[in-house]
Design a protein around this ligand. Sequence first.
Ligand code: GLU
Length: 440
Amino acid sequence: MTVTRFAPSPTGYLHVGNLRTALFNFLIARKAGGTFVLRLDDTDPERSKPEYADAIQEDLEWLGITWDRLERQSERLDRYAEAADELREKDRFYEAFETPTELDLKRKKQLNMGLPPVYDRAALGLSDAEREKLRAERGPGVWRFKLRRERIEWHDGILGDLSIDAASVSDPVLIRADGQVLYTLASVVDDMDMGITHVVRGSDHVTNTATQIQIIEALGGTPPAFAHHSLLTGPQGEALSKRLGTLSLRDLRAAGVEPMALLSLMARLGSSQPVVLARSLDELAEGFELSHFGAAPTKFDEADLWPLTANVLQDMDVSEMADEMAALGVPEALASDVWEVARANMSRRSELAGWWQLFRDGAAPLVDPEDREFVEQAFALLPEPPYGPDTWGAWTNAVKEATGRKGKALFMPLRKAVTGRERGPEMADVMRLLQKKPTL
Ligand code: GLU
């Protein structure tokens, strides 16, 4: 049974980088017929906010990424305390009292001597009396996990065989001086208790994985299969981290990106497979293979979302636009025709309003000075509505005869005068939907 999870901290809105992690884990579970858990990593009471927890769920729901179970770390603190006790009993946990300044000084000294800045385990050498004294002076210390200084090896689902020397890593702090359990421990306990079989996350977690493998083993568990996907960069390879705030799922949604456009891009970007618009998450799941992804940073260009969004709209049935049609007051009898004509000329849903407004009210004509007289003459030859499929042909023939203009010189000024734009649907289609006679 495959069980995956997406474990965001509710300290902000989800962005495209988070989506990649969520989607990969979701698709793996979906493809295997397994379970997908949404876990809110909310152990930090200061930074975690209920509104972000709600927003995460809304954003995932918007995309159709549904979860079989919701878990909150804040409800599992007792379990983490138990695991901490177990580590103490097994002599894999120790209290350390260095201040941040002292640790910084140690690191600087090590770096000056050309040594890796790894915590020197001074706290391990403290006698009981020394420890008591420090605790009395400084209050409770932090709790560090005692790594076994050996190579930690695993087969990564994306990066291949990895091996990290535990001696090059500091014993991780798992409990802060104020008693707050940190993610490294909480995550391991959850992954074990919830039967997580596969963990896919960003490559910024590779070192965490090494230490977490040892923690899982210390607690008597079996590590899940790990895979680390590359991080996203901007189109030129620039770091995306600073821009991620503007690439939140809510902003993309507000800008008019369609869910399947975003999902189709994110499910393939950085893989050897081409990005093609999928119809459903099931279709994406079917073709999803972690082994198709590479280790190199993945370039993300927001602009790629727009052609895909336009494709989604072109494939969309009018029934899916029922809410928009109703909100705009499009008469039911016209909705289907309006959609047929508009959809090929839209890059986002909200543009339907502009097309409907044109059909209903007409547009402010766009007329070049040299065409003014021609357009006046042409408009005089146009009858009052209702118009039909032959209106455009009959009208342009009459105008051609009266003015001698033909080809582009005939059609373009009329298009611009009727629609107020240079491009758009076939004019025969526009004319048949026009509810009012255009005027200058
Ligand atoms: N809450 C962690 C994060 O957002 C989860 C990482 C993980 O998947 O283990 O980075």
